[in-house]
Write a protein that binds this ligand. Structure first.
Ligand SMILES: O=P(O)(O)O[C@H]1O[C@H](CO)[C@@H](O)[C@H]1O
Length: 286
């Protein structure tokens, strides 16, 4: 079993990438896909799959969350070479922020230039419905704002600058293309765009916290993605990201509803096929 490296080192990221290069055969991925909770089915789109368990990759850690398979796939989606993370790492699993972002630097070294991240998220915006897709326009990362930033510590200049800009994190042209693909598939009625609030988890939010997120301009909430996006943007990868709204956020004290991970996984299962069609079409157009 791979154990988490104590601190980030340039050698370790090169070691992981070199290991993967020795396994990925003739695949030359320019596109990296990250599967969110319950969305591992996106990996089924990968043809001529080469499968590598995270636990076999030097300096990778374990994926411990149900709905995250914990393996890296190489192959083709809709004719394009891809690397696909079937499962991601979350800060609440106990991993430092840089460990959560580590695979993005590995992807960069593998030749990736565009990352498509997916996630499961709660819908804060009252107009959103369970089962909607939300292309992410921007994020608010509460862990990031309070110091849990994947770039904290020594800056590896070989990847990017000490103070990278994040105002253009979610690529406008890719967002437009993603929405256009949704239109072509007749998914306009479930396609939204909005701000993803990244919280630390693993407890879901209180009503007062959700009301705060709504007031701050958040449309959806989840416990991932921001650390990956910050790491990706730091090293110049383009990013497009899509949330699946898997559950309603409870904003009223007299509600008798609640949220649980089983509901999250169930919604993901129900929407898996639509997400797969959308991702496949989008990748085909990159
Ligand atoms: O963001 P992903 O990995 O899709 O998963 C989301 O679903 C889990 C909670 O149900 C949390 O891990 C949250 O971040």
């Amino acid at each position: 079993m791979a154990s988490p490296a104590e601190t980030y080192s340039t050698e370790k990221v090169h070691e992981s990438a070199n290991f993967l290069k020795s396994k990925m055969g003739s695949v030359k991925p320019k596109i990296g896909v990250i599967c969110g909770s319950g969305l591992s089915g996106l990996g089924e789109l990968v043809e001529n799959k080469i499968i590598i368990k995270y636990t076999d990759i030097p300096s990778f850690v374990e994926s411990t969350v149900p709905g995250h398979k914990g393996q890296m796939l190489f192959g083709q989606i809709n004719g394009k070479d891809v690397v696909c993370m079937q499962g991601r790492f979350h800060p609440y699993e106990g991993y430092p922020a840089w460990v959560v972002g580590f695979p993005l630097r590995v992807m960069k070294l593998l030749g990736v230039d565009t990352v498509l991240a997916t996630n499961a998220a709660g819908g804060i915006n009252p107009d959103f419905k369970v089962g909607d897709f939300m292309v992410i326009k921007d994020h608010i990362s509460f862990p990031g704002l309070s110091g849990f930033n994947p770039l904290r510590g020594h800056n590896d200049e070989s990847f990017g600058p000490r103070f990278p800009a994040m105002n253009d994190s979610y690529d406008k042209k890719l967002r437009t293309l993603f929405k256009q693909c949704a239109s072509e598939l007749g998914l306009d009625n479930i396609m939204r765009e909005g701000v993803y609030c990244n919280v630390a988890g693993p407890s879901y939010e209180t009503i007062a916290e959700l009301r705060l997120l709504l007031k701050l301009g958040g449309d959806a909430v989840g416990m991932s993605t921001a650390q990956e996006v910050v790491t990706a943007r730091h090293c110049g990868l383009k990013v497009v990201a899509c949330s699946l709204i898997t559950n309603e956020c409870i904003l009223e004290y007299d509600s008798n509803k609640t949220v649980c991970h089983e509901e999250v996984l169930e919604t993901s299962k129900q929407r898996a096929q639509k997400m797969e069609s959308l991702v496949s079409k989008f990748i085909g157009k990159l």
